[in-house]
Design a protein around this ligand. Structure first.
Ligand SMILES: *Cc1c(COP(=O)(O)O)cnc(C)c1O
Length: 404
C-alpha cells in the first residue's frame, strides 16, 4: 500500500493552484512531475560541483564525472543491462530512435523491409520513414483492431526473411495499450530481424529487464519517469552498438583525431559527442532511485486501481466513448463525447484546474483509424488520487452541459 499523501508531499508543484483551483495533473503521459529530491540533485550539481566531465584532472571535474558515471550504473542496474557501456545517454527517446535509424542506413538495401506498428508515436514512425527514403527499404505496418491492440495474426504474415528491423512501442502513449513485446521480440528474432522497443510510455509504470526480454534496443526518456527533460537513454546490446556507426562527430567521442583519419572512442563514448546534459544524467539516476524506493509493483497495482475507477466514473457520463479498451492497458484514458470537440472539453476543464491533453497525441495514424480528429487524454500517475478523478468526471459533465 502506498502512502499517497506522503508521496504527494514530495512534489512541490502539486501544491499549486491553477485558475484559483487546486491543480489536478492528469497529463502524465506527456511528462511526469518532479519530486523534490530530483530538483535538489540539479541544484546541488550547479551549486557545488558544476564542471565538464571525462577530461579534467581537477577535483570538480572528477566529482562531476563520478556522479555522472554512477548514474549510468544505476540505469544499467535498473534496466538489467549486462554492461554499463550498453547504456548510452541521449537527449531522450526521439534522439535515441534517430541514432539507431540513422545508423541502420549502412545496413539496409533496396527491397529490405522494416516494420512499425499502427500504435506508434510519431517519433517512432518518422525516423524510419526517413531511413526508408535513404535506403529504398520498404515500411510495413502491423495493423490494430478496434480495442487498440495489435493484430498479431497479421504480424505473423508480414514477417519474413526480408524483415531486417522491427520497432514497436512497449505501451501506447495515445491509448495505454500494453503490447505483447515478448512475443514480438521472439518472432522478430526468429526471422533474423533486429528489434527496437520504444519504452517511453512503459518506464513510468514497469521496470523492464532488457536481458530477460532479449531486446536489441530499448529507449526511454527521463522526463516521463520523474526525471528532468532533455535526457534519456538508448540501451543497445554490445554487439549492435559496436556495429552501428557513430551518430554525431565531435569531442568526447574520439580516440585520436588527425586530418587524415579519426578513430572513435570505445562504448559508450562513441555515441556521446559533445558536452552532455550532466545535471540531467545525475538527476535521472536520482529519479530512478526515487521510483524504485516506492516500488514498481506497488505503483502498477495502485495505477490499475486508478484506471478501473476512472474508467467507471467516465463511462457513467452519457455519450462518452473510451478509445483503447484492451484488458492489457495502463493508466491512460483517451475519450470523446459525442458531438463535442476534444479541444473544447480540455479548455473548459483547465478553467477548473484540471490538466489533460487534447489532440492527436503525436499518433495521428491511430486517430485516422478511429476517424476522429483527436481525443481527450487523462493519464494517471502514482501521485494522483481517486478524489481527483471524481473532480475530472464532474468537470467533464459540466463541460458537456455547457457545450451541448
Ligand atoms: C513521449 C514519447 C515519445 C517521445 O519522447 P521524447 O521524450 O519527446 O523524445 C516517444 N514514444 C512514446 C511512446 C512516447 O510516449
Amino acid at each position: 500500500m502506498l502512502d499517497i499523501q506522503k508521496i504527494r508531499a514530495d512534489f512541490p508543484i502539486l501544491k499549486r493552484e491553477v485558475n484559483g483551483k487546486p491543480l489536478v495533473y492528469f497529463d502524465n503521459a506527456a511528462t511526469s512531475q518532479t519530486p523534490q529530491v530530483v530538483i535538489d540533485a540539479i541544484v546541488d550539481y550547479y551549486s557545488n560541483y558544476n564542471a565538464n566531465i571525462h577530461r579534467g584532472v581537477h577535483t570538480l571535474s572528477q566529482e562531476a564525472t563520478d556522479a555522472y558515471e554512477e548514474a549510468r550504473l544505476k540505469i544499467q542496474r535498473h534496466f538489467n543491462a549486462k554492461a554499463s557501456h550498453e547504456i548510452i545517454f541521449t537527449s531522450g527517446t526521439t534522439h535515441s530512435i534517430n541514432l539507431v535509424a540513422t545508423g541502420f542506413s549502412s545496413f539496409l538495401k533496396e527491397g529490405d523491409e522494416v516494420m512499425v506498428s499502427a500504435l506508434e508515436h510519431h517519433s517512432n514512425i518518422v525516423p524510419w520513414q526517413m531511413l526508408c527514403e535513404r535506403t529504398g527499404a520498404v515500411l510495413k505496418v502491423i495493423p490494430m483492431n478496434e480495442e487498440g491492440e495489435l493484430r498479431m495474426d497479421t504480424f505473423d504474415s508480414l514477417l519474413s526473411t526480408k524483415t531486417k528491423l522491427v520497432f514497436v512501442n512497449h505501451i501506447s502513449n495515445a491509448l495505454g495499450t500494453i503490447n505483447p513485446i515478448e512475443e514480438i521480440i521472439q518472432k522478430a528474432h526468429h526471422v533474423g530481424a533486429a528489434i527496437l522497443i520504444d519504452g517511453a510510455q512503459a518506464c513510468p509504470h514497469i521496470k523492464p529487464d532488457v536481458q530477460a526480454l532479449d531486446v536489441d534496443f530499448y529507449v526511454a526518456s527521463a522526463h516521463k519517469i520523474c526525471g528532468p527533460t532533455g535526457i534519456g537513454i538508448l540501451y543497445g546490446k554490445q554487439e549492435w552498438l559496436n556495429k552501428l556507426p557513430p551518430y554525431q562527430g565531435g569531442g568526447e567521442m574520439i580516440k585520436e583525431v588527425t586530418f587524415e583519419k579519426t578513430t572513435y572512442a570505445d562504448l559508450p563514448h562513441k555515441f556521446e559527442a559533445g558536452t552532455p546534459n550532466i545535471a540531467g544524467g545525475i538527476a535521472f539516476g536520482v529519479a530512478l532511485d526515487y521510483m524504485n524506493d516506492i516500488g514498481f509493483d506497488a505503483i502498477a497495482a495502485y495505477e490499475k486501481e486508478l484506471l478501473d475507477f476512472g474508467t467507471e466514473q467516465l463511462l457513467a457520463i452519457e455519450g462518452l466513448k473510451i478509445y483503447g479498451t484492451s484488458v492489457h492497458k495502463t493508466s491512460v484514458i483517451s475519450f470523446n463525447i459525442e458531438g463535442i470537440h476534444p479541444y473544447d472539453i480540455g479548455t473548459i476543464i483547465d478553467k477548473l484546474g484540471i490538466a489533460v491533453r487534447t489532440g492527436h497525441h503525436c499518433a495521428q495514424p491511430i486517430m485516422d483509424f478511429y476517424k476522429i480528429p483527436g481525443t481527450v487524454r487523462a493519464s494517471f500517475a502514482f501521485y494522483n488520487t481517486k478524489e481527483e478523478i471524481v473532480k475530472l468526471a464532474e468537470a467533464v459533465k459540466r463541460a458537456k452541459t455547457m457545450l451541448s
